[in-house]
Ligand binder design. Structure first.
Ligand code: SAH
Ligand code: F3S
Length: 454
């Protein structure tokens, strides 16, 4: 797909105006976080300086999400607020990057006329040239590529416990509600050699955990390795002690991937497995490509192979034609599977998707809101009960650092369990080390406990 809407700037070898202070703000999923790290490297290599706050910035870039309308409105609000900084920095450049740039390309210049550049997720290599351009009108660069995987660019990461590694870009599934295939383009896997090079560097820099990223991460196939083989290869990189991945697509799960997850001690027993709905009629309307029976069988296989597996999911309520019966089927499925936690959304119609073109958005806002409240309430209760079972148990925690949760007894530290749960404890522990924590208190989102020696 090529959606170029304006003449892109030519790539040239002419010297670019560098040395600008650039502030990047990131919205949406982890893939955007990883893309912002990529953009940071591209700009740093061109001589710019990435800064942590907007007030002294000469360039402000918002890396955006288009998955739901609400997210877009927030970004436009924030961009106009940041535009106020032009009083202090008259030559301030404001740019919109990412999915929303791609989605709203045509209307953005009207909705946010102060925006200087609009750039889709496959154009970041051209960012230094574009920043050097002094054009008066808004610059658009929205070409989607079939092969841009940003090979050779090591993202600038804050060295911490976890590092994100994008292994597959784009999406070819075209679920009827979803904008992602239109704004991120065709699915393509990053070469496994490049992934292993990046993971090797991450380990050398000191991170002990990697999370492999993609819209359908388990569809990975680069001509040398499939996803199961890649999991084995990444787990074999010295220094990497935890491997996570998100999000897998239920239909693309293979027996080999389940086997690899069960066999490899590095692969964490945590899986985000988006279901979207508990009703076959809705799954069909969404064109998800699996039935609830198939999803249930997959969960059984996974739980049999990985007994302590934490399962999380995404759920949409109020999608086109969702009857009360369909909705009840989602509630029943949640009670049956008992997810550890879930991201729950009201359906938000997105221009250009199949559902937008062919299916009426016929569930009224009141009903959508009510259904959302019901799923959230049910999931809170289930998460609470699931976490309560952890009381008294000892979990291995990879320490991340000081926790925002201050208790009466003073500051706390936090880290994550292998299941990905946040664990808070009062004792001192160095970031990026493993400690054992005995859990004594739990909420639906957090486990609390004390360090123990084992
Ligand atoms: N690749 C992921 C999904 C990416 S979008 C997958 O395998 O499903 C993240 C989540 O946003 C989706 O799982 C879905 O639950 C939600 N979502 C996507 N489009 C949406 C829309 N139009 N309205 C409401 N929620 C949506
Ligand atoms: Fe979206 Fe479906 Fe792909 S939810 S990201 S089209 S797997």
């Amino acid at each position: 797909m090529n959606t170029s809407t304006a003449k892109p700037p030519e790539l040239s070898n002419s010297p670019v105006a560098a040395g600008k202070k650039v502030y990047i703000e990131t919205y949406g999923c982890q893939m955007n976080v990883a893309d912002s790290e990529l953009v940071s490297r591209i700009l740093a290599e061109a001589g710019h300086q990435i800064i942590e706050a907007p007030d002294k910035a000469e360039v402000i870039l918002l890396n955006t999400c288009a998955v739901r309308e609400h997210a877009e409105e927030r970004v436009i609000g924030r961009a106009s607020q940041l535009y106020g900084l032009r009083n202090r920095t008259p030559n301030l450049t404001i740019g919109i990057l990412g999915c929303m740039a791609q989605h709203l390309a045509k209307s953005l210049p009207q909705r946010a006329p102060f925006v200087d550049l609009v750039m889709g997720p496959d154009s970041y290599r051209r960012l230094p040239q574009i920043l050097a351009d002094t054009a008066e009108e808004t610059l658009l660069d929205l070409r989607l590529s079939r092969d841009e995987n940003y090979v050779g660019i090591d993202p600038v990461r804050k060295v911490g416990t976890n590092a994100w590694v994008t292994i597959i870009r784009g999406c070819d599934k075209f679920c009827t509600f979803c904008i992602v295939p239109y704004v991120r383009g065709r699915e393509r896997s990053v070469d496994s050699g490049e992934i292993l090079r990046l993971v090797g560097n991450i380990a050398r820099e000191g991170s002990r955990e990697v999370t492999l990223l993609g819209q359908t991460v388990n569809s990975y196939e680069d001509g040398h390795m499939d996803f199961a083989e890649l999991l084995r290869a990444v787990s074999a990189v010295g220094g990497i002690e935890r491997v996570r991945f998100t999000s897998p697509y239920p239909r693309d799960f293979t027996a080999a991937t389940i086997e690899a997850m069960a066999a490899l001690p590095q692969v964490c027993p945590a899986l985000h497995l988006p279901v979207q709905s508990g009703s076959n009629a809705q799954l069909e309307a969404m064109q998800r490509g699996y039935s609830i029976e198939q999803y249930r069988t997959l969960v059984k296989q996974l739980r049999r192979a990985i007994p302590n597996l934490a399962l999380t999911t995404d759920i949409i309520v109020g999608f086109c034609g969702e009857t009360e019966e369909d909705f009840q089927a989602t509630l029943s499925l949640m009670k049956e599977i008992r997810y550890d936690s879930a991201f729950m959304f009201k359906y938000s119609e997105r221009d250009g998707t199949y559902a937008h073109k062919k299916m009426p958005d016929d569930i009224c806002e009141e009903v959508k809101k009510d259904r959302l409240q019901q799923v959230i309430k049910l999931q809170e209760q289930i998460s609470y009960e699931v976490n309560q079972q952890m009381r008294g148990k000892i979990v291995e925690v990879l320490v991340e650092g000081p926790s925002k949760r201050q208790t009466k007894t003073g500051p706390n530290n936090y880290g994550r369990s292998p299941q990905g749960k946040v664990v808070v404890f009062p004792q001192q522990a160095a970031p990026n080390t493993f400690v054992q924590v005995q859990i004594d208190k739990t909420t639906s989102h957090t486990l609390f406990g004390d360090l123990v020696q084992v």
